[in-house]
Design a protein. Structure first.
Ligand code: PEP
Length: 252
């Protein structure tokens, strides 16, 4: 038993119009009301951040952006700043998602700058790591995770680690319907926690929440959440369906 509060986070990616988003947010807000012993978070597209925050203003649902810049303002076409996120009602940002790393070629240095930017302006940084199928099959999972964690969290103070959530998302399990087994996920989470203890302090490693992401669904969430080092889920596809995400929030 640990005292880490579970966090169930939904990443809507590039989905939802204003109307869809408000409706989905309202339904998720309703079913989250009873979830007193856990945190719920939604990462809608930037275009609906403030609308979703408004719909959920009286709820316990946290709002995150799907990425964030390190600067407060300036000539950064296409980017969103940490203060834009907070002014829209957000309190967190997803950083280093594999879609950003792979499709948009965000490298370790940029991701580390984003982590620092989020933390500097008081956002929770949901920092994603995970290996590809090729890396897993080549027995490189731990090596890849270690590199991503050391590079992505370089220079983060012990104090700021309180605002960091790590999401382990094996790339081969994202959007594929292929979930890591609970044993594979637990093994990776335990490795990450051990590494965090080496990089920071054991007490920090013991308190950092590590989410699992990769085809989390109503029928596998209970098994995953029963693992000692899995503290929550980062959910893509199933977070776009209120019934499925509500079931995930109410994992037992
Ligand atoms: C994700 O986008 O972070 C994710 C885990 O997606 P899915 O749940 O659809 O695999």
């Amino acid at each position: 038993m640990n005292n880490r509060r579970p966090l169930l986070a939904g990443n809507w990616k590039m989905h939802t119009t204003v109307m869809d988003a408000c409706q989905l947010a309202a339904e998720i807000g309703k079913c989250s009301a009873a979830a007193k012993d856990r945190d719920v978070l939604l990462a809608p597209p930037y275009t609906v951040l403030s609308e979703v925050a408004h719909v959920l203003r009286d709820s316990n649902v946290l709002i995150a952006s799907q990425n964030v810049c390190w600067e407060k303002q300036g000539a950064f076409t296409g980017e969103i700043s940490p203060t834009m996120v907070t002014s829209a009602g957000g309190s967190a940002a997803i950083i280093g998602h594999s879609e950003r790393r792979q499709i948009f070629h965000e490298d370790a240095e940029i991701i580390n700058m984003r982590v620092h930017g989020a933390l500097k302006f008081g956002l929770i940084a949901i920092f994603c790591v995970g290996e590809t199928l090729e890396e897993r099959e080549g027995d490189k999972t731990f090596e890849v995770l270690e590199g991503q964690l050391k590079e992505g969290l370089a220079g983060v103070s012990q104090e700021n680690m309180e605002k960091v959530v790590v999401a382990y998302e094996p790339v081969w399990a994202i959007g594929t319907g292929k979930t890591a087994t609970k044993e594979q996920a637990q093994e990776a989470h335990a490795f990450i926690r051990k590494l965090l203890a080496e990089m920071f302090e054991k007490s920090i490693a013991d308190s950092v929440r590590i989410l699992y992401g990769g085809s989390v669904k109503p029928d596998n969430v209970d098994d995953l959440m029963a693992q000692p080092d899995i503290d929550g889920a980062l959910v893509g596809g199933a977070a776009l369906d209120a019934e499925s995400f509500c079931r995930i929030i109410n994992f037992s």
